[in-house]
Design a protein around this ligand. Sequence first.
Ligand SMILES: [Cu+2]
Length: 736
Amino acid sequence: MNMRAVFVLLAVALATILALVCVLLTQTGSSNKECDPDAQPGHQQTKVRQQKKSSDHSLVFSDLNPEEYSQIVEYLKSNLGVELVNAADANPSDNCIYYIQVQYPSKQKVLDYLDKGATKPKREAIAVIFFGNQIDPNITEYLVGPLPMPTYHEDITLQKYKDKLPYYRRPVIGKEYVEAYNLVYQQEFSTAPNFLNDVFGYDGTNFAALTTVPRGFRSGDRSTWFVLFFNVSGSCFSLHPIGLEVLVDHKSLDVTKWKVLKVFYNGKYYSNMEDLEKHYKEGKVTVIRMNRAGRDDDIGSMKPKVASMSGGGPFQFDPVGPRYIIDKNHVNFQSWAFAFGMNVNSGLRLFDIRFKNERIVYELSTQEAIAIYGSNAPGGMITRYIDGSFGIGRFSFELVRGVDCPYLATYIDVHYLMESDTPETIKNSICIFEHNSGIPLRRHYSNMHSMYYGGMTNTVLVIRAISTLINYDYIWDFIFYQNGVIETKIHATGYISSSFYFEDGQDYGSRVGEYTLGTLHTHFINYKVDMDVGGTSNRIMTQDMKFSPTSVPWQQDTTIQRPKVVREVLKKENEAAFALNEHMPRYVHFSSNTTNKWGHPRSYRIQLVSFAGEYLPETSPVEKAMGWARYKLAVTKYKEEEQESSSIYNQNDPWNPSVTFSEFIDNEDINLQDLVAWITVGFLHIPHSEDLPNTATPGNGGGFFLRPYNYFDLDPSIYSSDGVYFRSEEDYSSSS
Ligand SMILES: [Cu+2]
């Protein structure tokens, strides 16, 4: 070994030791100025001051804290003038608080505060009350404020929905499910003891039920098909259908009046369980005798079939500690800054996304997720899940360190108040981490004329939440790249839903177990992207190319097909609403009224990654309730009254939706206006045997990019200290 190699080895060893010391110190909360490149006193103080200012401003977007929730509950109980029963105990004929959530000030007020030094807007909340104990039962939404000590409440239902909210549109709460299950398991099943015992060994505990939606066929209906499964300990029931489904009418506010309307078993329909028992005793029922899956033959078991190996795969670490700063709901990473929050219904949402302190996006948020199923069994064939009504945010549970997010990620708690009088905290339900994606952001190895290498590691910042909606898990990511790109990604994982396999089941999916049909379904996800590119005055510009035959100038008798840029500005909402299967120009930009150094409008391009395909025929009476899914992209003029593309009330009354997205598109002028893009991504899922035990993330997802396009004069990542450049004569181990 020559001396040079020895020195290189020594240098590498020294750098490793230094890095490890830094890791240990930063992970234990110590500060070490030598590890921090910004450690010079002046620099650091200015940075902290600027950071503090923007962090405080971001509080305008912060979720309610436990104290605020409690104050609002207290206020409502004292000031609504009616008895409020805790939702956990409330019957349909009671009044109860469904949920409470922060209500943001108008965009104009927030912008005046953020940009023009106006006073901080009042902090307010929305409180949704189920009024079951009234002559005219209804749902009422109240604006409550100011926080933290409320003194007023205002009914905003009519203003927000242009109509009253009928009581039957309310989401089904836990207590209502309990009563429905009591009806099925205790009353109804007691009429068919022989059938249930002989066929399933029913012991009162070995069944689980899956709710299906919608709950009927017209406004006011509230009858739910409950699909029965074997309840398998340590594994998901949704892969073990037993072929029994029960339709329960739970419309009446008097629980004693609820009744079973129909029973389905193994391809045949019966009036009720008593009727099924009668037919069974007469030997007229074709039965499939089943036992619950044992530990070894459970197709749904996620327990690894080999012993796990300690140490596992590669592991990322932060040699100088986290390079991002999180202060309450504000994040700083390289040139990026943004605020974040969790909507209890629709999930993760970001606000005031800035690059080098210039706002690019006012709001980037998940709006809704739907799944439309097909099956030859009743529950499966009618199912159209509108997940926001169940709570994409509410069911964003604790993340597992090292699996759901990297080990060194920062984990953040979320507080919410729903179906209860007291707030609940979900520990570690949002994670934020910096991540080396393992592919260069950009690179070039020049081996001609001038010898050099230039490249940059692609370290990105990710903010993630994962919601588990009964059997399904959705992974929600927002990713920030150092070249000004924002990526939004959704992945589906978790367990498939299934129907009992019989007769023509394979027309609706794949057989994935002895009696299990993995039923086909579509996943559609809608996002709101309120971009403000160079201010709020934006236009939608499109670019594509068109081939045109052209004579070669120096050889006129020869023609070539020459592609030419085709540019257009879309001036009306209807021009900027692209149906799922409609041709859309390949480049769609949010463009500002200013130009970059080269005279082009500064813009951000929206680029979709989606395999959505067909949605629902518009002749379907429930289509309007999910109407945003008609469009892969629709751009509308910003309006305070068009905040969300969906509503939690659309699920139980899809025939008369409380929010009809298609009404947002009414051909208004979108030229140099404040604009919002509504983006739908999705995919078709025809389950297959490898979906068991679990649907895996690769290929099961979609998303979109927001990419700077002539926004900067030069790729801004050239100013990142993560860049690498060296010449052939330099030693690349010391390149910078
Ligand atoms: Cu799926």
